[in-house]
Design a protein around this ligand. Structure first.
Ligand code: GLN
Length: 453
């Protein structure tokens, strides 16, 4: 814990942590020590972790990296983090993220952007760590913590993992409780770990997962010993290669990485099959209707009365308006406007309802594929390596949204997906591959992920 606390101090330039909690960390570490001395060794005894600032931590400021929650100190602990503490983990502090987890570059945080510890060969340009869990990925990659919590609504665990050569898994929807996690788009949000290896990710997920009666979408199924899946043979597993992910204009190095990944799995005894997910091309537009719609509804609660920031106004309406105008950043306001529009009486059928129908078709594509005996699907994790801060999406937000092209389908279908480091681009930057699994079969993803890693 001490070693990590001093590493954090020395790497403040990355802006990965938005709050350091050294006193709490040392006291949790001492507590873990005392338990170990008594022979009570939890599975994560003494392991120092960073916590995305979207997870409510009791008595410790939790902001979702939004000004509107700038002074919010929860009186409760999220289920996921309380399970980590139950198993002996230590909290080093709270990690930066895109405001309300909206973004793919960690540039929308009210605390400013996060730096990626990786650099292009021969260049000093600071690159983004991806988003929205950019602080989590950067902190793990820079060895500031042994692992981190993260959330994934449309790729926010897997894309930053790919940009930083770390491992990130978004488990099946319903696997981890969302209780005490600031809501973005409730039908898509899932918690998961970002870690240094598939084994570490497996150990963390085991503690984070599990049924919780406080979240009605949490599913009551047993949590397997994920670590046991590491090193398990992948012989005979059928791996689908979806032809629709072969995008026009995909960089040659991504294409090459993807074939290499397939070859490694084949060499390990897996069988490769071409599969078709015909509705893939509609996933991104449908996601950018469903996610803002749910966000606009979830964010209605930030009214200047119940939480955080309060601006004055002549009457209650003005108070709401002033609070929200002052408290929300540009990307959040954009999503609230899109969401309100697609849910409005005249447009609901044309946009929201349609997007929901598309979502059903996307889910069915995967079901058909799994019904044919496919165990997992291999795709690139992102269409490119990390880019420079401020390089993308400035004039056109859609440019940034395109970065989610390989990840959003997984959230739309509620499936588990893992991103594992697989290689480097021509400039020496990490690239990741994604494996998508059957519902509640994260184990297969860990076994396959470890082969690639
Ligand atoms: N980049 C996507 C978005 O901005 C996904 C974010 C996430 O998964 N939280 O909505």
């Amino acid at each position: 814990t001490d070693a990590h606390l001093s590493a954090i101090e020395q790497a403040r330039v990355l802006n990965a942590f938005v709050l350091e909690t050294p006193d709490q960390a040392r006291s949790m570490a001492r507590e873990a020590d005392a338990k170990i001395a008594k022979g009570e060794v939890g599975p994560l005894a003494g392991i120092p972790l960073g916590i995305k600032d979207l997870f409510a931590t009791k008595g410790v400021r939790t902001t979702a990296c939004s000004k509107i929650l700038g002074n919010f100190v929860p009186t409760y602990e999220s289920t996921v983090t309380s399970q980590l503490w139950r198993d002996g983990a230590v909290m080093l502090g709270k990690l930066n993220n895109d405001e309300f987890a909206m973004g793919s570059a960690n540039e929308t945080s009210c605390f400013g952007p996060v730096g990626n510890p990786w650099r292009r060969e021969g260049s000093n340009t600071t690159l983004v760590p991806g988003g929205s869990s950019g602080g989590s990925a950067s902190a793990v990659a820079a060895l500031l913590c042994m692992g981190a919590t993260a959330t994934d609504t449309g790729g926010s665990i897997r894309q930053p993992a790919a940009f930083t050569a770390t491992v990130g898994i978004k488990p099946t929807y319903g696997r981890c409780s969302r209780w005490g996690i600031v809501a973005f788009a409730s039908s898509l949000d899932q918690a998961g770990p970002i870690a240094r290896s598939t084994r570490d990710a497996a150990m963390l997920l085991r503690s984070m997962a599990g049924h919780d009666p406080k979240d009605t979408t949490s599913v009551d199924v047993a949590v397997p010993d994920y670590e046991a899946a590491i090193g398990k043979s992948v012989k005979g597993l059928r791996i689908g290669i979806p032809k629709e992910y072969r995008l026009d204009g995909m960089p040659a190095e991504i294409e090459k990485l993807w074939s290499e990944g397939a070859a490694w799995l084949k060499a390990a005894g897996a069988e490769l099959v071409e599969v078709s997910l015909p509705h893939t091309k509609y996933a991104l537009p449908a996601y950018y209707i469903v996610a803002p719609a749910e966000a606009s509804s979830n964010l209605a609660r930030y009214d200047g009365v119940r939480y955080g920031l309060r601006e004055q106004g002549k009457n209650i309406i003005e108070q709401y308006e002033n609070t929200r105008a002052e408290g929300f950043g540009a990307e959040v306001r954009r999503r609230v406007m899109i969401g309100t529009y697609v849910l409005s009486a005249g447009y609901y059928d044309a946009y929201y309802l349609r997007a929901q129908k598309v979502r059903t078709l996307i889910k069915k594509d995967f079901e058909d594929c799994f019904a044919k005996g496919v165990n997992a699907i291999l795709t690139p994790a992102t269409p490119s390596a990390a880019f420079g801060i401020g390089e993308k999406g400035g004039a056109d937000p859609v440019e940034m949204y395109l970065n989610d092209i390989f990840t959003v389908t997984v959230n739309m279908a509620g499936l588990p997906g893992i991103a594992v480091p697989a290689g480097k681009d021509a400039q020496g930057l990490p690239l990741g591959l994604q494996l998508i699994g059957r519902p509640f079969d994260e184990e297969t993803l860990f076994s396959l992920g470890e082969v690639i890693e």
